[in-house]
Design a binder for this molecule. Structure first.
Ligand code: HH2
Length: 271
């Protein structure tokens, strides 16, 4: 899943794909490099980001979705917490709702997913962007007993709520929300634990790409340069059984995951 931020303020690529032709060109490049899903967003979720009105999110994302949906080039995902934005995207041809609030911000989101049959990504976070911080900058760090157990229980409760609203099990993907409401150490605890979530009953999305905890581990300050650290997390997750990866650097991930797939499929791995 390639990240396509049609925003002026995203943490690693803000302003680069605000203009629809630039966004569409990037999407096509990502597909050529091996992505199969394009995740289009019109609102940054980075800590401290300003919220973006529904009409503006639609204005930013719709031309891109319309252009890519036209000839069935890719699976398209809309990164939004607002059902009106998701509805417009689905009407224009999107297939998946990527809701970083897991349906908590808009009461209509689950009903929309149930009605349309769209894929539904449910992500864990503690607070909305305006009340969150980068993982290495918390004045008062988030507290968990066992971060992985608490995140897992929270996600399963959100999945139950979606099922109760009529969403089918096969529509749902769970996402631990790396970088959202977690310190550097909690993010790495969660990264390691997610590989043990084999019995969770849903596919799990790995989405560590370029985040600040990677920079903390690797010493790479510039978000766009955090490629090797991001790839390392994805490969670890692949070998742990995950198969969905939300990434900025498609070519690097494709290459590394192709090699990881050979390891996972080898006789040595089955022994
Ligand atoms: N992370 C970001 C945005 N959307 N969606 C899911 N499901 N999981 C994530 O971890 C996730 C997400 C943040 O990354 P990015 O889109 O690059 O930045 P920004 O939110 O600043 O646009």
């Amino acid at each position: 899943m390639a990240v396509l931020n049609a925003t002026p303020d995203s943490f690693s690529d803000g302003g680069r794909h605000l203009d629809p032709p630039a966004a569409i060109a990037r999407a096509r490049r990502c597909l050529a490099e091996g992505a199969s899903i394009i995740d289009v967003g019109g609102e940054s979720t980075r800590p401290g980001a300003q919220r973006v009105a529904v009409a503006e999110q639609i204005r930013r994302t719709l031309p891109v979705i319309e252009a890519l949906a036209g000839n069935g080039e890719a699976l398209l995902s809309i990164d939004t917490t607002r059902a009106e934005v998701a509805r417009a995207a689905i009407d224009a041809g999107a297939h998946i709702i990527n809701d970083v609030s897991a349906g908590a911000e808009d009461a209509v989101m689950f009903a929309l997913a149930a009605d349309t049959g769209a894929g539904l990504i449910l992500m864990h976070r503690l607070n909305p962007p305006e009340a969150d911080s980068y993982s290495d900058r918390y004045a008062s760090p988030p507290r968990y007993g066992d971060v992985a157990e608490e995140v897992k229980a929270w996600l399963l409760a959100r999945a139950d709520a979606a099922l109760a609203a009529g969403v089918r099990r096969g529509q749902i993907v769970l996402d631990p929300g790396l970088g959202f409401g977690k310190t550097v150490e909690q993010n790495f605890d969660l990264i390691a634990a997610v590989s043990q979530w084999h019995a969770i009953g849903y596919p799990v999305l790995s989405a560590a790409s370029r985040k600040s905890f990677i920079g903390r581990a690797t010493g790479v300050e510039e978000p766009a340069a955090r490629v090797f650290g991001s790839v390392a997390v994805s490969v670890a997750h692949f070998l742990g059984g995950l198969r969905l990866f939300r990434v900025h650097d498609v070519a690097a991930h494709r290459e590394a995951l192709d090699a990881a797939a050979r390891i996972a499929g080898s006789r040595g791995a089955r022994r």
